[in-house]
Design a protein around this ligand. Structure first.
Ligand code: NAD
Ligand code: UDP
Ligand code: UDP
Length: 351
């Protein structure tokens, strides 16, 4: 990793201003694409909380107005309903590019049709959206952060995964649209960095959970928590022995900001190294939410990675970042949000 970029941009973004007693820093204007989604809305809370101006760009594909409604009326907050596949003109200091349609539940219904339409949409959003945001960053000299994913490692043959690992992705599989879309995004970011001097930052995010997660997007933590609250069996796919590492959303947001404000391009793994099988996760959910919860086995999806765990040595050393919240501490923090939303949903249905 090197310290790169446009010198005129340095004074804008190398100041952190986050330590009390430090010289007051310049207020930044920051774009968050996908800012009404799960991760994006928590990031917006943090940026507004430290007094920056935030412009959210979102088309509400999976995001919700409720996630950011508490900022409406704040003069430092602006919302633009816009699809990042279309170009846009703005003047900002930093761009956090999170917009991305990623929802495994699409695989469940009518596999052939949805996979094709999902594929087209996903690739066009990842490629065109990232290209437009990089074009914007280049024109205005803004710093650009892309939220890539641990999925770039595919079904990993190296464990835990370091950033130097190139991955094991099936290019023609059912989930390739997401993996390959993100791999292309990383490539584009590095091309704009090397070719046009854009200051880029690449985060490889591992499975993240917390309040405001989509209720029914099919991810394992949201599924198990919603199922336990609804008194339904938790659906374990396959034998449940596959592993994942689950990170609480506030840890991720701290990592994203540390990466943006730091001097290193990355990529950086941002994840919690605690590793759980899906059966172990079900046990923790049971312990935290409802000791009478049960599990039910279902067939697994194709090409499901057998194991995943980040090596976060690089982020610890260069960003001075590491997650603080364990799964047992984090899960209870999403329960009241999930309970309220499930209750509202039920009331809406008249049940
Ligand atoms: P999310 O679905 O809650 O948020 C994505 C947001 O992007 C939504 O608000 C959606 O409406 C918006 N969006 C989608 N397509 C758009 C378009 N064409 N134009 C404008 N807005 C658009 O998902 P999330 O979990 O918050 O993920 C945020 C980012 O982090 C994504 O890039 C995702 O790939 C990445 N990531 C998340 C995880 C995780 O575990 N949550 C893991 C790895 C990577
Ligand atoms: N772009 C944008 N906003 C800007 C500058 C560029 O949306 O302020 C888009 C632009 O429409 C193009 C993409 O970003 O589709 C890449 O722009 P770049 O200038 O790198 O490439 P070019 O337009 O020269 O192909
Ligand atoms: N999974 C599960 N039950 C569910 C949803 C998912 O057992 O209801 C499994 C899934 O097969 C995978 C793991 O949980 O092995 C994580 O899935 P998720 O979609 O949350 O994330 P990703 O596969 O992208 O890591």
């Amino acid at each position: 990793d090197s310290k790169d970029g446009i010198s005129s941009d340095e004074d804008k973004s190398s100041v952190s201003g986050m330590i009390p007693g430090e010289i007051k820093r310049k207020r930044l204007r920051i774009v968050v694409t996908g800012g009404s989604g799960f991760v994006g809305s928590h990031l917006v809370d943090k940026l507004i909380g430290r007094s920056d101006e935030v412009i959210v760009i979102d088309n509400f594909f999976t995001g919700r107005k409720e996630n950011v409604v508490h900022h409406f009326g704040d003069s430092r907050f602006e919302f633009i309903r816009h699809d990042v596949v279309e170009p846009i003109l703005l003047e900002v200091d930093q761009i956090y590019h999170l917009a991305c349609p990623a929802s495994p539940v699409h695989y469940k219904y009518n596999p052939v049709k949805t996979i094709i339409s999902f594929f087209v949409f996903d690739i066009s959003t990842n490629v065109m959206g990232t290209l437009n945001m990089l074009g914007l960053a280049k024109r205005i000299g803004a710093r650009f952060l892309i939220t890539s994913t641990s999925e770039v490692y595919g079904d990993p043959l190296e464990h835990p995964q370091k950033e130097t690992y190139w991955g094991n992705v099936n290019p023609i599989g059912e989930r390739s649209c997401y993996d390959e879309g993100k791999r292309v995004s990383e490539t584009l970011a590095m091309d704009y960095h090397r070719g046009a001097g854009v200051e880029v930052r690449i985060a490889r995010i591992f499975n993240t959970y917390g309040p405001r997660m989509c209720l029914d997007d099919g991810r394992v933590v949201s599924n198990f928590v919603a199922q336990a609250i609804r008194k339904q069996p938790m659906t374990v796919y396959g034998d449940g022995k596959q592993t994942r590492s689950f990170q609480y959303v506030s840890d991720l947001v701290d990592g994203l900001v540390a990466l943006m404000e730091g001097e290193h391009v990355g990529p950086f793994n941002l994840g919690n190294p605690g590793e759980f099988t899906m059966l172990e996760l079900a046990e923790v959910v049971k312990e935290v939410i409802d000791p009478s919860s049960t599990i039910e086995f279902r067939p697994n999806t194709a090409d499901d990675p057998h194991k995943r765990k980040p090596d976060i040595t690089k982020a610890k050393e260069l960003l001075n970042w590491e997650p603080k919240i364990s799964l047992k501490e984090g899960l209870p923090r999403m329960v009241s949000d999930f309970r309220n939303r499930i209750l509202n949903e039920d009331e809406g249905k008249g049940t």
